[in-house]
Ligand binder design. Structure first.
Ligand SMILES: [Zn+2]
Length: 253
């Protein structure tokens, strides 16, 4: 279901109807990845945490591996504030999960009572390795949260309007499971990663009314002044725009 997005002080958006703490930073908040910047990234992140009411020392960030390993964390994990994985899950409200992205789809999952939350890096590689399905199994097996008690938010990412990466679509066209999510148009094959993730959610027992989603495309979504809303690796690569990453936050409680 398409959901209402609220803008937070012109630097972030969040879903009006999602139970857990979460936010997606906008390009106006600045680059959030040290891979693409140095000192200013620390300032951008700190300013963003302050705006969102998040304590910087509560943040555990993902260093993505483009795989599907999900790590359970609590405040003990704060000693390593950067964890190599593609998903974090916690039932500790003193911890904030963070993920910097530039096209790959972020998925936030929360139990209906907000006691457990997960943040997933669900680009095509994670989706292909069934990261959403693995997260749902973890909620059930490790925290006793059955699928009917889950709420899922699919955030901004590159959408099929813009995602026409020839090497990726060539690879995926050889996998029958992806066929319904590849669409041939005049400039090549466009990939619907959100659709592939949605099918996984459905197959794991998540009904459409448990899912909220934004159609915001990282590559083409613009604000009312005609400025791009989000960072996009695809756009940077094709238009020689400066690279950057936006930040996703999620927390239990
Ligand atoms: Zn687009």
């Amino acid at each position: 279901m398409r959901a209402r997005l609220l803008t937070v002080q012109n630097v972030a958006v969040r879903f009006a109807e999602f139970p857990a703490v979460h936010a997606f930073s906008l390009k106006s908040a600045g680059n959030m990845s040290q891979r693409w910047g140095k000192e200013e990234v620390k300032d951008n992140r700190l300013r963003f945490f302050v705006t969102m009411g998040i304590w910087e020392d509560s943040v555990i960030s993902m260093a993505v591996e483009h795989n599907s390993r999900i790590e359970a964390v609590d405040h003990g994990g704060l000693a390593r504030n950067l964890i190599h994985c593609d998903g974090l899950i916690t039932d500790d409200p003193s911890v904030t999960l963070a993920l910097a992205l530039g096209d790959c789809l972020p998925i936030v999952m929360a139990s209906d009572d907000r006691s457990v939350v997960a943040l997933l890096h669900a680009g095509w590689k994670g989706a292909d390795k069934l990261i959403a399905r693995k997260a749902i199994a973890l909620f059930q097996n490790e925290y006793g949260i059955t699928p009917d008690r889950l709420r899922v938010a699919i955030g901004p990412g590159i959408r099929s309007c813009c995602y026409n990466e020839p090497s990726t679509s060539l690879l995926l066209s050889e996998r029958p499971a992806w066929t319904p999510f590849l669409r041939e148009v005049s400039d090549g094959i466009h990939i619907d990663v959100a659709g592939y993730n949605r099918r996984q959610l459905k197959e794991s027992g998540i009904y459409p009314d448990q899912i909220i989603e934004t159609s915001l495309c990282t590559c083409c979504a613009k604000d009312s002044q005609g400025r791009f809303l989000l960072f996009s690796h695809h756009r940077a690569k094709n238009d020689r725009e400066k690279e950057g990453r936006f930040l996703v936050l999620a927390a239990a409680g």
